[in-house]
Ligand binder design. Structure first.
Ligand code: PRX
Length: 682
């Protein structure tokens, strides 16, 4: 399946000096290890496991699973019976066994230039132990779920690792989500405590996070799920650094007057609690298959799925993908621009880099604030050598040309990474030529919240690159391409991307709904994990991800389901029906094009349009804000009443070639929709 030899021809290679020091220096080495990893996964992963601390050994099989729904329940287990603690492995092991206590774990760079703080492994461990004791003092125990809704501050890492230390399950909710989305996630995972912050700036915009968190808690209460405890970090309103015991400095852009709602029955201040806490905290030893975290991702039914990852498999997988894909060495400074509220931040800001003892930049701000050179300024400031971002950020910066990039040297850069959506070859070339000056391999990493870590990716010194291709599988991953009938296609082909066997980091279940896990990922093609993405394999065996083939949209690298946006729209009293499709967008990848049918007697006007936009923002969050809303008195439906989205996608793009529309119940709606289509975003 992997070609015998690396292809020649139109491919790009890593520079020689990178190959010399690389963990996997050649395609032959990759191939040799790949074969071992899929033929003897136990041996391969047991080797990786040797680097970690295990309190007790595993008792059964190293990797045990059933991927076939026709043979019984789907399960995946890695090192079951072994006990360990992931927080111990990413902190204590580095400080005590590997003597890395003085190494910088994070260079925190605030939204406002000049707001900065350096945190060593030793300091991080101290803060985590203290906060773990705080959680214990609030009655949080192993297995309890804790919701975290915070900006990109070091305390977010502290909170998640403190949960992991005591075996509590963190459920981080991206701080751009609305109160409704936060409430839904708190209730679904039955969290006993919420950790949040007063507020933060995103560029120029002030976000009163505590206000939104309070609204969420009120919604939970109204739905008979009272959360009795909320810990709030003072990020913008902090008065005195010395007494606060905090890791972030007073923000340059501090906002002491921010009106923070406070309910003394529920609310507690992070700083007062942590001030008196002990620095000693014995980790709680967990089974390999104990839950580590829940992270919600959009589901095609509209209700988000709580993706559950467990301790050991996730640890082994994020640690090894980080090491190999970014070819990590101890003199690197690594920077991933994602938010920890998404899986990229979980795996490649917190767990993967810390497991390797890496030094990372943790950035609170935006690529365009205060100007569009900010990223490259930060690269030079911290001598970043490995840089990981999303195609949408690349396309955004590309718009401003190369001058803002050339203002900074970027000589420290060695490897560039991308994640979140297919990268168009033009953006890839700009990243490679302008940002990396043709010296830095680009690793286009394909993966999902569900996969835990990279599954299809180049290895920077080993894999010849083709711009826009995620190339080949990572160790232990066995991809296949299936046709609609579920047959495996050989050679050059296109179809459904699936995986034939598990790797340690794959999700274990949908929290509280194992049936949904089986139905979503294993039912369509028994025996395979179905990614939901389309994929093409070329004559050289390279894989090219072609995008989602279900009702999901990818807006700026964030997955959204059409159903969740539609249900937010129909909750408005004026709307009878809604259908949402993706329309290609030069920066965001896809934008949201919404068709709405109004209730009888209601007129469409700008006020209503603004209300609908607001409605979606409030129900889901700013990432789901509609770009286009079209008044659609009739929608194209089949005779059985199913909306033909395929046709709506064409209308949104003004493409007249509709293909087969013989199943349409009433074809007259089409012309009307074309005539009234939106040309400008709302
Ligand atoms: O469609 C694929 C796209 O993002 C989806 C996963 O989204 P999420 O779970 O939010 O995780 C994003 C970060 C890992 C995938 O099903 N995707 C992600 N990376 C790539 C990609 N599509 C093409 N190329 C990629 N490198």
């Amino acid at each position: 399946m992997i070609p015998e030899k690396a292809p020649g021809g139109d491919v790009l290679h890593a520079p020689g000096d990178l190959k010399k020091e690389a963990h996997i220096p050649s395609f032959e080495k990759y191939k040799e290890l790949y074969i071992k990893s899929v033929e003897s996964p136990e041996e391969f992963w047991a080797d990786v496991a040797k680097d970690f601390f295990w309190k007790t050994k595993y008792t059964g099989k190293f990797l045990d699973y059933n991927f076939d729904v026709t043979k019984g329940e789907i399960y995946i287990k890695c090192m079951e019976g072994a006990t360990t603690n992931i927080c111990y492995n990413v902190l204590d092991r580095n400080v005590h066994e590997r003597k890395l206590g003085d190494r910088v774990a994070f260079y925190w760079e605030g939204n406002e230039p000049g707001d900065e703080k350096t945190v060593t492994y030793r300091e991080l461990l101290q803060q985590v132990c203290k906060f773990a004791n705080v959680l214990k003092s609030q009655g949080v125990k192993k297995g309890d779920r804790v919701s975290i809704y915070m900006p990109m501050v070091v305390e977010l890492v502290v909170a998640m690792l403190a949960c992991a230390r005591i075996g509590a399950v963190h459920s981080i909710v991206f701080a751009g989500f609305s109160s409704e989305s936060l409430c839904e996630r708190i209730m679904d995972s039955q969290c006993c405590l919420l950790i949040t912050a007063d507020g933060f700036y995103r560029g120029d915009k002030l976000i009163n996070l505590k206000l939104i968190a309070d609204e969420a808690l009120k919604k939970c209460r109204d739905k008979s799920f009272p959360v009795e405890k909320c810990i709030m970090l003072k990020h913008l309103t902090k008065e005195d650094e010395a007494s606060s015991g905090s890791l972030s400095p007073p923000a340059k852009r501090a906002c002491p007057d921010l009106q923070v709602p406070w309910n003394p029955e529920v609310d507690m201040c992070w700083h007062s609690l942590i001030g008196g806490a002990s620095e000693e905290c014995e980790p709680v030893w967990c089974d390999s298959e104990d839950p580590l975290f829940i992270l919600y991702t959009s589901g095609s039914t509209g209700k988000p799925k709580g993706v559950l990852h467990t301790v050991s498999g996730y640890m082994l997988y994020t640690a090894s993908t980080f090491k190999m894909v970014f070819d990590y060495h101890s003199d690197d400074v690594y920077w991933c621009t994602a938010d920890i509220g998404w899986i990229t931040g979980h795996s490649y800001i917190t767990y993967g880099p810390l497991a390797n003892g890496a030094t990372s930049v943790l950035f609170e701000g935006l690529p365009t604030y205060p100007d569009v050179s900010r990223m490259w300024e930060i690269v030079d400031k911290y001598h970043v050598s490995k840089f990981y971002t999303a195609p949408t950020a690349i396309r955004l910066l590309m718009k401003y040309g190369s001058d803002p990039v050339h203002k900074y040297k970027r000589t420290s850069l060695k490897i560039l990474g991308t994640v979140g959506e297919p990268i168009n070859p033009e953006a890839w070339q700009w990243y490679y030529n302008v940002v990396g000056e043709k010296r830095c391999p680009v690793v286009d990493t394909f993966w999902q919240t569900e996969t835990g870590g990279h599954v299809m990716t180049p290895l920077p010194a080993a894999t010849p690159m083709k711009p826009g291709s995620a190339t080949f599988p990572f160790f232990g991953v066995v991809p296949a391409i299936l046709n609609e009938s579920g047959e495996e296609l050989e050679g050059p082909s296109e179809g459904y991307l699936v995986f034939k066997q598990p790797w340690p980091g794959v999700m274990r279940t949908v929290y509280g709904n194992h049936l949904r896990f089986e139905t979503t990922y294993f039912k369509k093609f028994p025996g395979y994990y179905v990614t939901g993405d389309g994929c093409r394999r070329d004559k050289d065996g390279y894989y090219w991800i072609t995008g989602r083939i279900d009702d999901m949209l990818n807006v700026s690298g964030h997955l959204l389901s059409t159903a969740e946006v539609e249900s937010a729209l129909v909750e408005h009293e004026a709307v009878a029906e809604a259908a949402v499709v993706g329309r290609p967008h030069p920066v965001k990848g896809e934008s949201l094009y919404c068709f709405v049918t109004l209730n009888d007697g209601i007129n469409y006007n700008q006020k209503l349009e603004a209300e609908l936009k607001k409605q979606v923002r409030e129900k889901i969050g700013a990432i789901a804000t509609p770009d286009y809303i079209q008044n659609a008195p009739g929608l194209p439906k089949t005779r059985s009443g199913k909306i033909m989205r395929r046709v709506l996608r064409k209308i949104a793009c003004n493409e007249r070639d509709l293909g087969d529309v013989s199943t349409l119940a009433d074809s007259s709606v089409i012309e009307h929709l074309f005539e009234n289509r939106c040309y400008t975003a709302v």
